[in-house]
Design a protein around this ligand. Structure first.
Ligand code: GP9
Ligand code: MN
Length: 631
């Protein structure tokens, strides 16, 4: 009890008052001056408590027994915290985003901001600093009144420890509640807006510093000599070129469509007697279709798939590489195509800071990013995660019109995202009838996605853009997790085994070059293979690059692909959870059968991780491209 008194008892020292004022003013700014979407009572509670732990910690750490020091430290600490808060507010008013370390070092961002500070600042902002001034004056006056300042109750070590303990406990409760809303928030990062909402500005800023410093440390220990063995490894794998296919779509626009949570098992399949994806099924008959194409994402989900596709590098074993390594040097597809005169743009109607896209897309070399703020999103046009796919496509047309041809346009769809909600009027197939609502609804949103794509193709045809474009359409990752195995078993009529789990990681890949004949390509492949495939089709072969994938049309490519958890698939076997299974029945066989591939799979992932952690592409000579390879 004495500790409680020691830590909090002396209001006149301004300890508690400072804590409460910083907490409350931060809350008010968070809640009313930033436009954070607070969607539930729990989110309200989290937002309310989020600045408290840091407030306690800060004033506990700086508290001193000496009157003058106490006054000065308290004021400086408050000024620092309020400064961070205010900097975020100004930054938000300009960029509609929060400060993260990489942008602090991008000088153009801050010079933009600096030039506009006068317009961004509001006279009422001064109230953010009023408490500091008032508290300081009150403390000085009360100090002056005391005859013997040293008679102040000393702030014992025990009391400081107690204050820290209270701060940590509140932090744990804060994070615990945040995890109820968003499991794995700290390991996967997700979105700056979410972090700000769930951690408060100070904890968020500290988290950001830890995350970015971790990356910097790993990078600092990397040396250019690490590059040679990795290059010789990636060059060992045949990066063949199919002479007949090379340049098949030369000069065309590239339209890449990431189908949210779309797995291959829905292709050419039915629900309640109706085709689930009639448009894709038709398109497949006029395209190259890859039934053995696997998703290779990790915790970064959609963003990992983007990373794999654009760079032919794997995402990381934990966290989202879009957050952890957004400042690396890459040779990504948009940058490469940009050097050949392509204008590149991404269309995705979500918060731009989700998966750190607004930062990462600059690094990857995109010219434009059309995000939530560029679309007209109304409740009628939205469902689940936001703008319905049909409006994403529809509203993108005017932007597409303004892109210089040839262009590279990437669409990231959203409607087929967990929990797969759809209004009845948008249902093309009806829900399936198991006990599992999520699984039943999945068919309706996949079918909606398929139909929206059909409308998009019609629009492109009307505009005359269809024939001049190469289409690459792929599923980003699985949508039905192992929480729905019972329904999946019932639907497929097959027991769920580790073998089946891997086979369910197949996502559709359709490469459509208008006018071509359809062909089913059985090669075992993954998202890692898309970059060389696309570039070769567009007639670009990149020297001086590190790519772990292989052109899907190359004659000498091996039937082999590795998933992020180390599982792998060959033409005959699947290896997962330490066991080897024979295709196509999935019976377990002696693990020796898979043995020869195991070290290759490990090496593949390790080498790619080494490239990313060490930012090794910065040591490469600038790439050269050879447009006239004839195989
Ligand atoms: C978010 C969207 C979905 O912007 O890409 O992300 P996911 O949860 O699928 O990774
Ligand atoms: Mn996704």
């Amino acid at each position: 009890m004495k500790d409680v008194k020691g830590a909090f008892g002396k209001f006149q020292n301004g300890y508690m008052t400072s804590i409460i004022l910083l907490w409350l003013k931060t809350y008010v700014v968070l809640r009313f001056l930033f436009e954070l979407s607070v969607e539930s009572l729990l989110e309200e509670v989290i937002l309310f408590i989020s600045p408290l732990s840091f407030s306690i910690l800060l004033f506990t750490l700086v508290r001193s027994d000496k009157f003058i020091k106490n006054i000065i430290y308290k004021a400086l600490a408050n000024l620092l915290a309020t400064g961070v808060l205010y900097a975020n507010l100004l930054y938000y008013r300009f960029f509609n985003d929060f400060i993260t370390l990489p942008v602090v070092f991008q000088t153009n961002n801050f010079s933009d901001l600096g030039g506009s500070t006068a317009t961004l600042a509001n006279p009422f902002d001064v109230f953010l600093f009023v408490d500091i001034i008032v508290l300081t004056i009150v403390s000085i006056v009360s100090a002056a009144r005391k005859r013997e300042p040293k008679a102040e109750v000393p702030f014992k070590h025990r009391s400081r420890r107690f204050g820290i303990l209270i701060a940590l406990s509140i932090f744990v409760v804060n994070v615990g509640l945040a995890y109820i809303e968003r499991p794995e928030l700290l390991t996967r990062t997700f979105d700056r807006e979410m972090l700000m909402k769930y951690l408060g500005p100070y904890n968020y800023q500290m988290y950001d510093v830890v995350l970015q410093s971790n990356t910097k440390v790993k990078r600092a220990f990397a040396e250019s000599s690490e590059l040679a063995p990795i290059r010789s490894y990636t060059e060992e794998t045949p990066h063949g070129i199919n002479a007949k296919m090379f340049g098949k779509a030369k000069g065309k626009n590239l339209i890449l469509i990431s189908l949210e949570s779309t797995q291959s098992f829905v292709i050419n399949n039915k629900v309640n007697g109706k085709e689930i994806t009639p448009f894709l099924n038709d398109l497949i008959d006029k395209s190259y279709y890859f039934p053995n194409f696997y998703q290779q994402t990790g915790q970064g989900k959609t963003s990992d798939s983007e990373f794999l596709v654009e760079n032919s590098l794997y995402g990381l074993p934990s966290g989202a590489v879009f957050f952890t390594n957004s400042q690396n040097e890459y040779n990504a597809t948009p940058e490469i195509l940009g050097k050949s005169g392509y204008e590149s743009a991404v269309f995705h109607a979500n918060n731009k800071s989700f998966w750190n896209r607004n930062i990462m897309y600059q690094t990857l070399g995109y010219d434009r990013y059309f995000s939530q703020e560029d679309f007209n999103i109304t409740p009628e046009k939205s469902i689940g995660w936001g703008l319905k796919d049909e409006y994403l496509y529809k509203q993108s047309m005017k932007y597409l019109d303004n892109l210089k041809e040839p262009f590279y346009a990437k669409y990231i769809t959203l409607t087929n995202h967990f929990p797969f909600s759809l209004e009845e009027e948008d249902e093309i197939v009806s829900e399936w009838d198991s006990n599992d609502g999520v699984f039943n609804r999945y068919f309706t949103t996949v079918s909606y996605e398929d139909n929206a794509l059909k409308q998009y193709f019609n629009r492109l045809k009307e505009k005359g853009l269809y024939k001049d474009s190469l289409f690459v359409i792929y599923g980003d990752h699985n949508g039905i997790s192992d929480n729905h195995t019972e329904a999946m078993e019932k639907y497929l009529g097959k027991p769920h085994t580790p073998y089946r789990h891997i086979q369910l990681q197949r996502v559709p890949l359709i490469i459509h070059n208008p006018g071509q004949k359809g062909k089913v390509m059985e090669t075992v492949s993954g998202q890692i293979d898309l970059k060389p495939t696309i570039l070769h089709l567009l007639g670009k072969h990149i020297e001086n690059d590190i790519q772990f994938g292989t052109d899907l049309f190359a004659k000498e490519r091996k039937d082999f692909t590795v998933l992020r958890d180390g599982s792998f698939i060959t033409d005959k076997y699947i290896y997962t959870e330490g066991k080897c299974y024979r295709k196509p029945k999935g019976n377990e066989v002696d693990s020796k059968q898979c043995q020869e591939w195991k070290p290759i799979a490990e090496e593949e992932l390790n080498k790619s991780d080494q490239v990313v952690y060490g930012d090794l592409l910065r040591f490469l000579q600038p790439y050269s491209s050879n447009d006239n390879v004839d195989g």
